[in-house]
Unconditional design. Sequence first.
Length: 293
Amino acid sequence: MASLGGALLALAFLAALGAGALALAGRNGDERRLQVSRRVVYGFCALLTACVALIEVAFASDDFGFRIVQEHSSIETPTFYKLAAMWSSQEGSLLLWAWVLSIAASLALYVTRDKLREIVPYATAVMAGVGAFFTGLMLFAGGVNPFSTLSPAPVDGIGLNPLLQHPSMMIHPPMLYSGYVAFTIPFAFAIGALATRRLDAAWIRATRRFALIAWALLGFGLLLGARWSYTELGWGGYWAWDPVENASLMPWLVGTAFLHSIMVQEKRGMLKVWNVSLICATFTLALLGTFLV
C-alpha cells in the first residue's frame, strides 16, 4: 500500500507540472490545451484524494509499517484521534495542504471555465505551481514523505501527543489549512490579472467567494485554536500572543483588509494595485504560517 501511495504522489507531482505547462502553452487562445490543463488539475485532485484515503486507512487499521502511523498513533489511541492524527505530523500537514489546494483549484477552474479566458491560464499555472511545490516537497525533501515505511514493522506505535488529544484537533487544523489554502485562489487570479494587465474588477468578482470562504474558515480555525489552548495549555486565557497563534492571525487580518478594499475597487474603480498587494501579502503570510506551525 505504501508503494502505491508513493506512486500516486509522484503522479500527482507530474500532473501539477503538466497542468501548469499546458495552461501556459494555451495562454494565446488554444482552447484545447486549456481544457486539457483543467482536466489534469481534476486528475491531480483525484490522485491526492486517493493518497489521503490510503493514509487514513493505514491509521484506522494500525498499519505501523508506515512511519507516520508509528510515530503519531498506537493501538490504544481512540479511533477519533487516529483519523485526525494525519495532520498532527509535518508530512501529513503537507499532504493536507496539497489535497485541499487541489480541491480548491478544481472548484475555481470549474466555476471559471467560461470566464476570464486571458487570466485563467496564468492562474492555473500559479495554482499548479503551488501544488507541484508541496507535492515535490513531500517527494524530494528528506523525512517528509507520508508514505515512508519501517522494516520490520513495529507491533505498536508511539501514540499521539497528549496535548493534541482534544476534540478541536479533528477540526482546528483542517479549518486553518483550508483558510490558508483558499487564499491561493484569489492570489493566483491576481497574478493572472497582473500578467495580462487586466486589473479591473473581473478577477475580484470571480474569486470573491473563495476569499470570503478562506476568511471565514481561518477565523473559525482561530476560535477553535483559542478554545484548545485554553483547555490544554493552561495559559489562563484564550490567547497568549505566541508566534504560532500570530502566524494564523496575521493573514486573517490582512485578508480582512483585502475584503474591505475590494469593495472600493468594485464601486469606484480605485485601489487596483493596493488590492493585488494585499492578496499577495495575505498569501505570503499564509505560507509563513504553514511552515512556522
